[in-house]
Design a protein around this ligand. Structure first.
Ligand SMILES: Nc1nc2c(c(=O)[nH]1)N[C@@H](CNc1ccc(C(=O)N[C@@H](CCC(=O)N[C@@H](CCC(=O)N[C@@H](CCC(=O)O)C(=O)O)C(=O)O)C(=O)O)cc1)CN2
Ligand code: MET
Ligand SMILES: [Zn+2]
Length: 764
């Protein structure tokens, strides 16, 4: 009985990788220096896992940007337009991720239901799969240098193709999965080389199997693993699944000619029951994912042990593992300085485990199984005490918050005036032109803004000086918008470190970290807050900033909040009550903020819900329940306002169709969504949509400035489907990652495009 993890964070405990990559992009260091930093990070990670006593250590979980992109590059699935740039491997990879002046980047989308984004590979009939590099072998050699014989991790071929999109030139019926057999041959080649290098085990990740899959897709899984399992020389194969229940894919893997299956026993609690029903794994190894890779709570070790014990009879051998890669949790709890003003509350610390601590947990569990619980009794008792303290604490429960939630009535989640009447009244008070222009909220987070924030934390900048600088930033953002002629103005969010963390720091029930960084995409990271207790709002959060912005312009100012679903989804949530309950508490805190903004004369209020789609469960059977509480939470937050107050919401993802009814159900007056980055595909779903809608016409993820013609063409496509009186003109998302010069140029073009169209449309 051994211990393992499915993957480890790669940005480095101090975000060393982020800094190095961004310096490389800026021309500050060369490729040699960048790769040296990366190699050192990998080595120190392996040493740490080795010293922790982890039995089976993964390799190949490092990436400069994204592991799905790396898989595409490894198998040479590089679209011709990037190949033509004639760049080296690393720069080609970065060009695919970020674009260049000549070529737009590949699309990027959410990795299952997480806040991690992957780069979407483009696969067509023309793609020639070829083993274009030997990174997995090189990393094995590197790990061996520090005394670790690793288990290379590869994204499995089925998940890789299911996550890919058809290349633009492909015939309408083509699906990337059609290319499975060709791709599997290249995996076979790689497995052969790894075997030759003496690699004992390889992990193939197939998380796509926890979503609903067609019989045809399951047949593809069967075919792929029959082929790979049937190779004469190959390492033993672990097929790892995570983020939920395997369902019908479980028997397929159970009978495949592979040596081990990884099951998520945290998000997929039902996996074991199903496995028992199917008669177990036979002579296969089970990697039992009992330590949660998606949350930061300390594992209930005795509970996890009993899960493992109940699984012992279902497999030949059990390996204790994490439920998924630890990519989704911060590096190391020990980096948090408790007691400092910004630090983690010391009383929370014994309840928590970050990646490094989770490694210790799997090691302890494996020892307990191997040698009996007595040998780790000290750890088990310490764990009991921490869990007991958490259960019995009184500061996580606030009776007033609970009473308020219990007293909610259905009408609290309903606006008192029907949409049509609201539209009429809002039109009167706001007096906006046809095709009103606006932005999504944030303006560039400049170096100066971040330095000011770092300064006020360290005491080098006084709070008064900080406030003065933020007001100056608001002045700047407002002046730019007025000068360009945007109809609904925002304050620009300079005072926010992050749209979730900023609110979390000001709400009771949330804790924030100093170093708890988690990769979101590429070099961009977030510090997800920790919801440990009942949530309430001690005082107004955004009102003074909004009021200030309002005093600087005669145009309507849009107040800006992060919605309850997103606050929950992008935080580490408490696991002692349903998410729905937590979301209601957050919603009520936001409802008060909405009311205060309205009272301060802010007539347009945006409540962002970019995580609404992402939270959708992978299996259809769980979706209605999720959408029900998610929609209710949003409505609780927003429905307390007068008919004249215009509620906006914003979402930045492209798969709009699937949840369009739920979005309609939010009953927001205006919804702005991502569209440009995904080629305005969502327009197809808008036919039946009744609310006002702003499909993004400017892809903010790229430094490219869209031309007036381009924006106009995108708008025309929207106007073919949606009545002009319901169309707004805005970018895909906030502008915080961009610079002022490109933002000004792009917004100018956006306003010009709106003006051109207004001039030709007559509305009756
Ligand atoms: N939580 C969340 N999830 C999201 C999004 C989002 O905005 N928030 N947007 C979507 C895309 N994801 C994104 C995730 C992160 C960032 C982003 O810009 N992150 C910043 C960090 C933002 C932040 O927390 N900033 C802090 C800390 C900044 C910092 O690094 N400070 C320096 C010091 C700065 C200096 O002296 O100049 C340091 O601590 O070392 C602040 O501004 O205060 C980054 O990685 O660079 C953007 C998009 C989806 N998911
Ligand atoms: C990821 S959605 C971002 C919404 C937020 N209001 C912003 O503009 O940054
Ligand atoms: Zn957005």
């Amino acid at each position: 009985m051994k211990s393992t993890i499915l993957g480890y964070p790669r940005i480095g405990p101090r975000r060393e990788l982020k800094r190095a990559v961004e310096r490389y992009w800026a021309g500050g260091i060369d490729e040699r220096e960048l790769t040296a930093t990366a190699a050192e990070l990998r080595r120190s990670c392996w040493r740490q896992l080795r010293d922790a006593g982890l039995d089976e250590i993964p390799s190949g979980t490092f990436s400069f940007y994204d592991h799905v992109l790396d898989t595409a590059v490894l198998f040479d699935a590089v679209p011709e337009r990037y190949r033509r740039l004639g760049l080296g491997r690393l720069d080609t990879t970065f060009a695919m991720a970020r674009g260049t002046n000549e070529v737009a980047p590949l699309e990027m989308t959410k990795w299952f239901d997480t806040n991690y984004h992957y780069v979407v590979p483009e696969i067509g009939p023309e793609t020639v799969f070829r083993l274009a590099g030997r990174t997995p072998l090189a990393e094995v050699a590197e790990a061996r240098e520090v005394g670790v014989d690793p288990r290379p991790v590869l994204l499995g071929p089925v998940t890789f193709l299911l996550l890919s999109t058809a290349s633009p030139g492909a015939e309408p019926g083509f699906r990337p999965l059609d290319r499975l057999d060709d791709l599997v041959e290249r995996y076979a080649e790689l497995l052969g080389e790894l075997a030759e290098a003496g690699v004992g085990w390889v992990q193939l990740d197939e998380p796509a199997l926890v979503a609903d899959r067609t019989p045809e897709e399951l047949a593809a899984v069967e075919r792929a693993y029959r082929r790979l399992g049937g190779l004469a020389t190959r390492p033993r194969l672990l097929v790892a699944t995570y983020f939920g229940e395997l369902g019908a894919a479980l028997p397929v893997l159970a009978r495949a000619p592979i040596e081990a299956v990884g099951l998520d026993l945290v998000a997929g609690r039902d996996n074991l029951r199903r496995l028992a029903d199917e008669g177990g794994l036979g002579d296969k190894v089970l990697v039992a994912g009992v330590v949660d890779g998606r949350n930061v709570w300390r594992t209930d070790l005795r509970g996890a042990l009993s899960v493992c014990v109940s699984a012992l009879g279902l497999c030949r051998e059990l390996v204790v593992g994490t439920s998924c890669s630890l990519l989704h949790v911060p590096h190391d709890l020990d980096l948090e300085l408790s007691g400092e003003p910004t630090g983690l509350d010391p009383s929370l610390r014994p309840w928590l485990a970050f990646a490094r601590q989770k490694v210790d947990e799997v090691v302890v569990l494996a020892r307990a199984l191997r040698e009996g619980p007595a040998v780790v009794s000290a750890q088990l008792n310490d764990n009991d005490a921490a869990l007991r303290a958490r259960r019995n604490t009184d500061w996580a429960r606030v009776p007033e918050v609970r009473r308020r939630v219990a007293a909610l009535r259905p009408e609290d989640a309903r606006r008192s005036t029907p949409r049509e009447e609201r539209v009429r009244r809002q039109r009167e008070v706001l007096g906006l032109p046809l095709l009103p222009t606006t932005t999504i909220g944030s303006f560039p987070q400049t170096k100066e803004i971040r330095a000011a924030r770092a300064g006020v934390r360290s005491g080098r900048v006084t709070p008064e000086e900080y406030e003065r600088r933020m007001r100056a930033e608001i002045d700047r953002a407002v002046a730019v918008q007025e000068e360009i002629g945007l109809d609904v103005v925002v304050h620009g969010e300079p005072e926010r470190n992050d749209m979730v963390q900023y609110f979390a720091e000001r709400l009771v029930g949330f804790a924030s970290t100093e170093h708890g960084w988690v990769q979101s995409y590429g070099t961009r990271c977030v510090r997800p807050p920790i919801i440990y207790g009942d949530v309430s709002r001690p005082e107004p959060i955004t009102v003074e900033w909004a009021r200030y912005a309002r005093s600087r312009t005669s145009r309507p100012v849009k107040g800006m909040l992060t919605g309850p679903v997103t606050m929950v989804q992008w935080s580490f949530v408490r696991d002692d009550q349903p998410r729905a309950e937590t979301a209601k508490q957050v919603a009520l805190a936001l409802r008060d903020e909405v009311a205060d903004l309205e009272a301060a004369g802010i007539g347009v209020i945006q409540v962002d819900e970019p995580a609404l789609r992402e939270g959708l469960p992978p299996r259809a059977e769980h979706r209605a329940e999720y959408l029900d509480w998610a929609v209710t939470a949003f409505r609780l937050a927003t429905s307390g306002v007068r008919a004249e107050t215009q509620i906006h919401t914003h979402m930045c993802y492209s798969e709009f169709g699937e949840i369009i009814d739920a979005i309609e159900d939010l009953d927001a007056d205006v919804t702005t969504v991502e569209a440009a980055r995904s080629g305005m595909r969502l327009v197809a779903d808008l036919g039946a949509y009744r609310g006002e809608i702003g499909p993004g016409v400017y892809d903010i993820h790229s430094p490219r400035v869209p031309s007036v013609d381009e924006i106009e063409a995108d708008l025309r496509r929207v106007l073919e489907v949606v009545d002009a009186r319901r169309v707004w003109v805005n970018p895909d998302c906030g502008l915080k990652t961009r610079d002022y010069p490109e933002v000004t140029a792009a917004l100018r073009n956006m306003v010009a495009a709106a003006e051109r169209l207004r001039a030709e449309i007559t509305v009756h």
